[in-house]
Design a protein around this ligand. Structure first.
Ligand code: SF4
Ligand code: SF4
Length: 301
């Protein structure tokens, strides 16, 4: 980071204590996810609603859903227990922006009660444009968008997303996928224009979007996205995911490395992601979510 470049220094300040955006920070700073967002406005074939959103989390692990008030209590309690806590994220179990009231109530209260914590959200991108003013108002300066394809025909997207909920109805197949892509690109542009740091997640689905991921990386670079995280599909019938049931195997280490190499030509890649769960607590890779059950914090005033 060039100390004479104010823009670069502003970014440095934002990522310094953020364990997901800065590899250097991930051993020293902790994050907490609060699971306040149960609903979703799209269907991904790799998702099972019984589990957490794959925007940010490892499928197969359920998280207790919290009210906004209990989420704030939990953050304050955990902040007392884990001194390195620096970031609060909303990453599911559904989509943060498909639950705008609970998401922004939580952020509003956190801004008042814990102004030193950085706020972060994760979304499929469909509703960013609708809530861009709120995102800015509550100083949410890190947003993760899951974007799995930039295929403008909607063909690849239709294999990943059976439907998208738009204008009060389900839009199926390629038409739905095209709406999602358009809104993702519009949303990412708005975020970066307002100086909000964007990380993109892409789920690598072998045989479906592997060839398109380098195009995703190119597009992200064009739009000044800060970091790209390629997450291998974790496919298993016991999760009930469509890909798992249909026998699309998990991405192998080799496939993941090949995709990362292809995307790394254009984008700075996140290499320390551990596909953490929607109620993750602690340092990345050292999950303490199970220690903080509601009995530990709901009676606090
Ligand atoms: Fe599931 Fe997340 Fe996809 Fe919604 S955006 S369908 S919660 S994986
Ligand atoms: Fe990190 Fe994502 Fe959680 Fe934010 S929402 S703290 S980027 S894992």
């Amino acid at each position: 980071f060039d100390p004479n470049n104010p823009e670069a220094m502003a970014i440095k300040e934002k990522i310094n204590a953020h364990p997901c955006y800065s590899e250097g920070a991930h051993q020293h700073y902790a994050r907490i996810h609060v699971a306040v967002a149960p609903a979703c406005n799209i269907q991904c074939n790799y998702c099972n609603r019984k589990y957490d959103c794959s925007n940010e989390s490892r499928p197969g692990v359920t998280s207790a859903k919290l009210s906004a008030e209990d989420a704030v209590k939990k953050v304050l309690y955990v902040g007392g227990e884990i001194q390195q806590l620096s970031v609060v994220g909303i990453a599911g179990p559904g989509d943060a922006l498909a639950n705008p009231e609970k998401t922004f109530d939580t952020f509003r209260m956190l801004q008042e009660k814990a102004p030193d914590l950085k706020l972060c959200l994760s979304t499929n991108g469909l509703k960013i444009a609708d809530y861009i003013d709120e995102i800015e108002k509550y100083n949410i300066d890190h947003v993760t968008v899951t974007i799995n394809t930039v295929d403008a025909t909607g063909e690849i997207g239709s294999q990943i997303y059976p439907w998208v909920h738009w204008n009060h109805k389900k839009v199926w197949g390629a038409e739905g996928a095209k709406i999602l892509l358009e809104k993702q690109l519009e949303g990412i542009k708005l975020l970066t224009q307002r100086g909000i740091l964007v990380k993109a997640n892409s789920v690598l689905i072998p045989g479906v979007n592997d060839k398109d991921l380098p195009n995703v990386a190119k597009k992200l670079k064009e739009m000044n996205v800060f970091l790209h995280n390629i997450m291998p599909l974790l496919s298993s019938p016991e999760f009930g995911t469509k890909f798992g049931l249909d026998g699309v195997p998990s991405a192998t280490d080799q496939e993941t490395m090949a995709a990362q190499e292809a995307c790394g030509m254009d984008m700075k890649l996140m290499s320390h992601c551990r596909q953490c769960r929607a109620d993750a607590v602690g340092l990345i890779g050292e999950d303490r979510g199970d220690e903080f059950t509601p009995d530990a914090f709901v009676d606090m005033s």
